[in-house]
Design a binder for this molecule. Sequence first.
Ligand code: SF4
Length: 513
Amino acid sequence: MTVLVRLSCLATPTLPGGPIRFRPSVLARHRRRCYNSARLARTYVSLDLETTGLDPQSDAITEIGAIKFTRDSVLGRFSTFVNPRQPIPEHIQALTGIHPADVQDAPPLETVAPDVEAFIEGCVLVGSNFVGFDAPMLDAKGIRRGQEIYDTRDLANLLLPGLPDYGLAALTHHLGIEMRSYHRALADAEMAREVLLALLARAAALPADVLSQVAAWLTPTAWPWRNFFREVWEDVAAGGAAGRSFALPRSALPEPLRPAERRRPVDPQEALAVLASARGRPDVLPQFEERPQQQAALRAVTEALNEGHRLLLEAGTGIGKSLAYLVPAALHARANGSRVVVSTATINLQEQLTGKDIPALEALLPPDGGFMACQLKGRRNYLCLRRFQALRASPNLRDDESRIASRILIWLTQTETGDRSELRISPGEEAVWRRLCAEGADCNADNSPFVVEGTCLLQRARQRAEAAHLVVVNHALLLSDIAHGGRILPPYDHLIIDEAHHLEEEATRQFGF
Ligand code: SF4
């Protein structure tokens, strides 16, 4: 009964489309799983095991480190070597620094197991990849433990969408936590403790309606960390901060480009000077060196843009062809208020352009005159808010749906673009994403309040492209735009096709029978 009261206290979220009401079936399901668990454990034990290998059945524990703590203080530490009664492989010795001499006189596991069980009893277990490694190892060795696990890897995946790595080392680095020795049990347990405290703080800083929605989604699931968000929500609500709420981004977008009244050609010397300025900017292009082939390519591209003729350019790898076309394209576009589309075939080149070359270009361009570049992708890369809202209204989400819905909702508080690449959708989440993306969505102002409000992420991506001098796309989107009579990309004046040897293949795929 207590749980029902608490759940009913959760603020109903207020994304456009109206607040979500929790139906009785959801509440009943919630009560069934959480009955009698209303008094949440608030004492944690971060625990780490060092072992002879990764197999819980055949490998053995060599060291156990654990820290009992609350949010305010450390209550105790537990640390011991364990005699594994089997050899420690060389590579494990190199990794952990634990050698046979360290463990030969240590107690065997059956001697330390009762102390471990007593230390962790009644506490929420905390660790990095605890669900995937430490818990199965403890189970295989017959050490009794609680079922509630705050795995920092899973929780960070929800709270910090888009990181390339959720391991302990990566998280401590990202969160600015000092990294002590790594792959030693007590040091790793200490880092896991600090990471958890940082994640609790991150969760508490979420807008209250987002936090309450995530808590309502996850608490009824079977995830071992299902109570994490509910615990934070209860603290936030008790602290009186539950009034903060989240609104989808409606920040003003830049104005669409306005073509200049008179066409202004770009002096090739001006373009060469911008490129040459990289000589004095090792912070921008540390490896920069002047290359005659790059300068020749830059001159040819500048003249082609000035005269509006076609140019076929073949350049060997390593001459810096991206900057050879980006510099004149940027100068030409901003001098004339025009737009240049750059189309590529591979994700690698798109990432190189958007992550490295275009930021370098922006740093080299003279500051006056303004310049904006963006990447535009196909519809399947953007979240459809209308579909997401429909998912939120579903009464019975599966556990995997609750997890990705929570991830997306938290991500929505952070994203500027709505681009799925920021979320790093896993293969297991792909099927749910396909139901939520804008591909095939029925977009019009009559049935989508997000169009009227200007919050639709796809629409905002297109509006950003309408304001950009340089738009990076892939061949598939370029050809799709051609097939749809130019209704996908904003109008453009010049087109640069990089990796053009892949264009025929994509054209055959799109236009072939
Ligand atoms: S306009 Fe289209 S993509 Fe955007 S929210 Fe509406 S249905 Fe989804």
